[in-house]
Write a protein that binds this ligand. Structure first.
Ligand SMILES: Nc1nc2c(c(=O)[nH]1)N[C@H]1C(S)=C(S)[C@@H](COP(=O)(O)O)O[C@H]1N2
Ligand SMILES: [Mo]
Length: 242
């Protein structure tokens, strides 16, 4: 089930193969050898950023990451219009701007990133606000047992148990690779769940809803494990990341 491609059924969000097609690179995307594929994905990442200099896209700076989205396009958000809403089973629901999040204490972690499809990127810095701090500020009520995450791509969701969400290595990340997170990596704000497969690290984060029970996320509805510990789930034996 480790495809991360929902296929081309009508009514389903598009998969990566279709995304490549929409960019006019379909054939290349499908047949490219792994090394070429890496270059292509670095290019796609920077193309999605619409880099105005047109220069960085030519540099081999993709850093090993693949660009993933389950939708064909995602609105761009920045300090002017980004909002993160925390609601559900909390006594103090709140909407944060990017400036609000930047004003809170920041935590920087440097760990490997592991995708469930097999690729791994070593020693990647992530920096942001501990999710536990936002939950404490919101005042989680007694009935609460889990957290659901939503995204402004309008399709992707994720979830954690409250215990997992309160781990110190789970961040609402504003920076990745020591830069503000660009659009293609889920900026301006993505979730970062260090000990779990990278599908937990929801890009374009827009909502944190405290719930009673875990509601399986986008890929979990399509077969991935809900408890996504690196090396102890999804039938894989990767080295743990955190
Ligand atoms: N909103 C959203 N978040 C997402 C995904 C996605 O398709 N949409 N893909 C997930 C998967 S499977 C991976 S491996 C990583 C990829 O992050 P990257 O595009 O920054 O490399 O994002 C995760 N978060
Ligand atoms: Mo992934």
């Amino acid at each position: 089930m480790n495809s991360e491609q929902p296929g081309e059924q009508p009514g389903k969000p598009i998969g990566r193969r279709v995304l490549l097609g929409t960019l006019g690179l379909g054939a290349l995307g499908v047949v490219a050898a792994p090394t070429l594929q890496r270059g292509l994905e670095a290019f796609l990442g920077s193309a999605a950023d619409k880099d105005p200099t047109g220069l960085t896209g030519l540099l081999p700076n993709g850093g090993g990451f693949r660009y993933y989205s389950v939708t064909s396009s995602v609105p761009h958000k920045d300090a002017q219009n980004y909002q993160l809403k925390i609601d559900g089973l909390v006594s103090r629901p709140r909407t944060y701007t990017l400036a609000d999040l930047r004003a809170l204490p920041q935590t920087r972690l440097v760990k490997d990133v592991q995708c469930v499809t097999g690729w791994r990127v070593p020693d990647t810095p992530f920096e942001g606000v501990r999710l536990s701090a936002l939950l404490d500020a919101a005042g989680v009520t007694a009935k609460a047992g889990a957290v659901r995450f939503s995204c402004f791509d309008g399709a992707y969701t994720e979830s954690l148990t409250l215990e997992q969400a309160r781990r110190p290595d789970v961040l609402v990340a504003l920076r990745m690779q020591d830069k503000d997170i660009g659009h293609s990596h889920g900026g301006p704000v993505r979730l970062y769940v260090a000990p779990m497969y990278f599908y937990k690290s929801a890009k374009w984060l827009s909502g944190i809803t405290v719930t009673e029970d875990v509601e399986p996320g986008y890929w979990e509805d399509r077969g991935y494990d809900v408890d996504a510990w690196v090396g102890k789930s999804n039938g894989r034996d990767d080295e743990p990341t955190s």
